[in-house]
Design a protein around this ligand. Structure first.
Ligand SMILES: *Cc1c(COP(=O)(O)O)cnc(C)c1O
Length: 392
């Protein structure tokens, strides 16, 4: 007999629908610190899916800095930054981040997701329009919706389409262009030089999200804006401390006035508890390492350039990858899940990335390399993929 449906039955049916489409997700516990190798299901596997690009998540200098900071400042921050939660380590790190990003001011948020909410909801409101690249991160899309501005989407990195859209929106108030600088699922880069020329021509505001590029791109690791030589023309930069910097937290950089507006108006900044001071100490130690050890980012980018070349030779679709993120586009969601399982059997952790994270029919493995992987690790990955890749 079928159970009588209740309002809560909806959730079971929804999960069954996802499972039927090969789209059910689950959580797999990792039983070790993060690193080039992790323990999963009781055995050690090579981790080719983390954003711990520089291997800093468990770096002894950072762990030591956190331990000293906890001894000095305790753990919790107790309240919002606007109440009693604004501690000296927050202010010190903000000064350091502003200098690092060549901006007048920087402001910390508890995560990069909240940094996008804070930046975009401050930059525009209901009388304005926000223009988004089709492949921007979910936190940018949610922030644009939450801002109340009219949302227009341009085709991925298609700046003629952006110009056309800008030409159609002249009646609006402020116009904000937002783009990832390094796209998280395709591993390709926005053309910031062209975007700067467009924002100047149309008198728009340009906001870039350097979540995946901070610490990796640019000769000093400051990001794609540094690499492109356009830092002084970027109005607003969003970043995270949780990827290459190996910790937790997000930040917004911009003019002093803009950052003061974020402090005064952004709900995702005002109504949330400040980061622990120890997270600030971790980020400072990470910035020290980014400064002192440029070979980490050079090694990482050299290894991934090599990996991309090998996969192109083997006829794999690596999308537009030009970074430490190298997708392996399979297409069908279930076949991608099967490939990920086959790789795990061979000691490689790289879960399937499926819709809605990527468009339908573009399911993939999103391979990301860590500076602490060795060329031998990468060779194991290539062999495992070649042996497991489903025939078309
Ligand atoms: C991960 C990510 C974020 C969110 O950063 P968290 O610190 O993880 O919340 C924002 N933007 C982009 C492009 C990201 O990839």
């Amino acid at each position: 007999m079928r159970p009588v449906p209740t309002p809560m039955s909806y959730y079971r049916e929804r999960l069954e629908g996802l499972a039927g489409a090969g789209l059910l997700r689950g959580l797999r516990p990792v039983d070790s610190p993060q690193g080039p190798r992790v323990r999963v299901d009781g055995r050690e596997v090579l981790c080719f899916c983390s954003n711990n690009y520089l291997g800093l998540a468990n770096h002894p200098q950072i762990v030591g800095a956190v331990q000293r900071a906890v001894a000095e400042w305790g753990w919790g921050s107790g309240a919002s930054r606007l109440v009693s939660g604004s501690m000296t380590p927050h202010h010190r790190l903000e000064a350091r981040l502003a200098a690092f990003k060549r901006a007048e001011a920087a402001l910390l948020t508890p995560s990069g997701f909240q940094a996008n909410l804070a930046a975009i909801c401050t930059a525009v409101g209901p009388d304005d329009v926000v223009l988004l690249d089709k492949l921007n991160h979910a936190s940018i899309i949610d922030a644009a919706r939450a801002s109340g501005a009219r949302v227009r989407v341009f085709r991925h990195c298609d700046y003629d389409d952006l110009r056309k859209t800008l030409g159609q929106t002249t009646e609006h108030g402020r116009r904000l262009i937002v783009t990832d600088s390094l796209f998280s699922m395709d591993g390709d880069l926005a053309d910031l030089k062209t975007l700067v020329a467009i924002k100047q021509h149309y008198d728009a505001i340009l906001c870039i999200d350097e979540a995946h590029a901070t610490g990796v791109f640019g000769s000093s690791g400051r990001g794609v804006a540094e690499a492109a030589g356009v830092e002084e023309h970027i109005d607003i930069t969003v970043g995270t401390l949780s990827k290459a910097l190996g910790g937790m937290g997000g930040f917004v950089c911009g003019s002093r006035d803009f950052v003061d507006c974020v402090i005064n108006t952004a709900r995702s900044f005002m109504y949330t508890t400040a980061l622990p001071a120890a997270a600030c100490a971790a980020a400072e130690a990470a910035l020290d390492l980014i400064d002192a050890e440029p070979e980490r980012r050079r090694r990482l980018l050299a290894m991934t350039a090599d990996l991309r070349a090998q996969w192109r030779q083997n006829g794999f679709d690596v999308a537009g990858s030009a970074s430490q993120i190298v997708p392996l586009v399979v297409g069908d969601a279930q076949r991608t899940v099967d490939l990920a399982e086959a790789l795990l059997d061979r000691g490689i952790l790289a879960p399937a990335i499926r819709p809605p994270t990527v468009p339908r029919g573009a399911a993939r493995l999103r391979i990301s390399v860590c500076a602490d992987h060795t060329p031998e690790d990468v060779a194991l990955l290539v062999d495992a993929v070649k042996a497991s890749f489903p025939a078309a």
